[in-house]
Design a protein around this ligand. Structure first.
Ligand SMILES: Nc1ncnc2c1ncn2[C@@H]1O[C@H](COP(=O)(O)OP(=O)(O)OP(=O)(O)O)[C@@H](O)[C@H]1O
Length: 293
């Protein structure tokens, strides 16, 4: 995106980008970065994902929401090459990426965040970042005579890692074990690590889960900044305030299928969404609220 296409906040351009998109499942976008058709995945007799047609508009924040077990994580895994589809095809930046393994999808420019696994918590913050770098020369071509080349790549990765750690205010933690970070700092690290390959689209899996309210604003700021720089953000989240607050577009999944799409106000007033998800959420919140008092 060129900077003259958007105003200072980027918001004006985003509104334009969604203009004309009809709030209904499978709606066409003016400039989709991701287009999926007939993507299906079953586990035994259970159809976890069965998405007819889905387009994600470039340069926007799109939320993928839905009840527990709706298939959100499975769809993320399929699109990013971390699970195998039973059927369907999808393209990213106009090029087919189905069937490609995760690291090749990442190299094409579409990355997803990963929660810190146990093994990663025992590594330093900086080493976690270096692990996020894809396509290293040393990874593909082992051999002592290539060490200087590998070393140069490593150096460039370290420079990029330090820049990102600075941006995400984690640079002072670079030598700490990732497991010593707070919930919010872990989310920042996951996001920073995913940016190591400078993707054009970043997919965030529950970026606010387990985050202290003090860090929520910081995370929200980072997410909107990514969009305002021209990146496309697709995120799964359960926190309705966050979803309604930062999304340009919302896709609702239920039982593996897209049941609705639209702007936050379209989705808030969609009866099918209220019945399948929002109504249940509100009741859940009331129950949780009364328990806390
Ligand atoms: N590896 C697997 N083996 C068997 N069933 C699975 C597997 N992964 C997911 N499922 C099932 O597929 C369905 C969709 O799960 P998925 O985790 O994608 O939902 P979700 O929308 O991300 O849920 P949540 O909001 O709770 O994270 C669920 O019924 C789940 O139990």
């Amino acid at each position: 995106m060129s900077s003259d296409e958007m105003d200072a906040s980027g918001a004006g351009a985003v509104v334009d980008r969604m203009a004309g998109a009809v709030p209904e499942p499978g709606s066409a976008k003016s400039d989709p970065i991701l287009v999926a058709d007939g993507v299906r995945r079953s586990f035994g007799g259970l159809t976890a994902v069965d998405v007819g047609h889905l387009e994600v508009q470039r340069g926007t924040i799109t939320a993928l929401i839905g009840p527990n077990g709706a298939g959100k994580s499975t769809l993320f895994n399929l699109l990013t090459g971390f699970d195998r589809v039973d059927g369907g095809r999808w393209s990213f930046e106009g090029r087919s990426v189905n069937g490609r393994p995760g690291h090749r999808v990442a190299r094409a420019g579409m990355v997803r965040t990963f929660q810190l696994t146990k093994a990663l918590t025992r590594m330093t913050v900086l080493d976690n970042m270096l692990l996020g770098a894809q396509g290293q020369v040393g990874e593909r071509m082992a051999g002592a005579f290539l060490r200087p080349v590998w070393g140069r790549q490593e150096k460039a990765n370290t420079v990029r890692a330090m820049e990102l750690l600075e941006r995400f205010k984690l640079v002072d933690k670079r030598q700490d074990m990732a497991g010593s970070l707070s919930g919010g700092q872990r989310k920042l690290l996951e996001m920073a690590r995913a940016l190591m390959t400078d993707p054009s689209m970043i997919m965030l899996d529950e970026p606010m889960a387990g985050v202290n309210p003090a860090l929520v604003q910081s995370l929200l700021h980072h997410i909107t900044s990514l969009r305002d720089e021209g990146k496309t953000v697709l995120f799964v989240e359960h926190d309705m305030d966050v979803i309604m607050g930062i999304s340009d577009w919302i896709v609702v999944l239920a039982q593996g299928q897209v049941i609705a799409e639209g702007s936050p106000s379209d989705i808030r007033s969609n009866q099918q969404v209220i019945d399948a998800y929002l109504g249940v959420q509100e009741v859940g919140d009331e129950v949780r609220g009364s328990g806390d008092e």
